[in-house]
Design a protein around this ligand. Structure first.
Ligand SMILES: [Zn+2]
Length: 287
């Protein structure tokens, strides 16, 4: 009798374990899931990167990561990959005058990104897909990726760079109300995106408490300088968040999630990048 009950118990547990989906988030997997997660992802890991930075008076400090984390969570339901947990550590010195900004020293930012990718690689991933939500990061990320040719590693990094096609631009223009030229950080589009993904975190009543207009306090033609963003947008607010709608947010997010699914399929199927990387390093050694 005891054996029968034990067998029934084991069968129930095993069938429950089989019925459970393979989670995408690294921190939600068990160690015993690892071989299956590596196989199902084709050794592909997504690294969503955001920042902790003021987003106007009305959307959350973690808005950038909240968005790309959601893209990863939703895309991997259709095209499996493992998703690295919350990574808020990029370039954000220009917001240090605002509350809640978490700006690490420059070398820590670099070393942390490098060590994170190396650790993802050490855990068996050959392809790392970075998806970035923060406007102050792309230069850092592109330079970081380019310098991966300095030393041989057995993984490759891919940077997801979504594009806007004309059909999407038309649909967006039909929903959009504010001046597209001034619509950026915490503006209509980004607020709409948050209204769609996390309406519980958006304070629409506060969206007009500060100005999101470009203040044009510095104008030297054809020159880039560090204080440019602070000169234009000292409130860390660019645009008119008050004009945001959930419908616009749905369109924006569906567009990017669709492109991320396509990018993941292409990266998972790709064999050329690692092959060319290997060929490159073989030649570097010989010369
Ligand atoms: Zn943002």
């Amino acid at each position: 009798m005891k054996v029968t009950i034990l067998s029934w118990f084991l069968i129930t547990i095993l069938s429950f374990a089989q019925a459970q989906p393979l989670h995408a988030r690294w921190d939600e997997l068990t160690a015993s899931d690892w071989p299956k997660a590596l196989a199902q992802s084709n050794q592909t890991c997504i690294l969503p990167i955001g920042i902790l930075e003021k987003h106007g008076p009305h959307v959350p400090i973690g808005s950038d990561l909240i968005q790309v984390r959601e893209w990863a969570a939703r895309a991997t339901k259709q095209e499996y990959a493992v998703v690295f947990p919350d990574y808020f550590y990029g370039q954000i010195n220009e917001a240090r005058h605002q509350p809640g900004t978490f700006a690490l020293p420059e070398r820590v930012v670099w070393d942390l990104l490098e060590a994170t990718c190396d650790e993802i690689g050490r855990n068996g991933f050959k392809k790392i897909v970075i998806i970035n939500g923060h406007g102050g990061n792309p230069q850092l990320i592109r330079y970081f990726i380019q310098t991966r040719l300095e030393k041989q590693r057995d993984y490759a990094i891919f940077f997801f760079e979504p594009a806007n096609d004309s059909a999407y631009a038309k649909q967006l223009a039909a929903l959009h109300k504010s001046d597209p030229a001034g619509d950026a950080h915490a503006g209509e589009r980004e607020t709409s995106s948050l209204l769609y993904l996390r309406p519980d975190l958006v304070k629409m009543d506060s969206a007009t408490n500060e100005s999101g207009a470009n203040q044009h306090r510095l104008n030297i033609p054809n020159i880039y300088t560090a204080i440019w963003w602070y000169a234009d947008y000292p409130n860390h607010y660019a645009g008119e968040g008050a004009k945001a709608t959930r419908a616009e947010g749905e369109l924006i997010n569906q567009h990017y999630i669709g492109q991320l699914i396509e990018a993941l399929r292409a990266v998972k199927a790709d064999t050329k990048t690692l092959q060319l990387q290997q060929e490159f390093f073989n030649r570097v050694k010989k010369e």
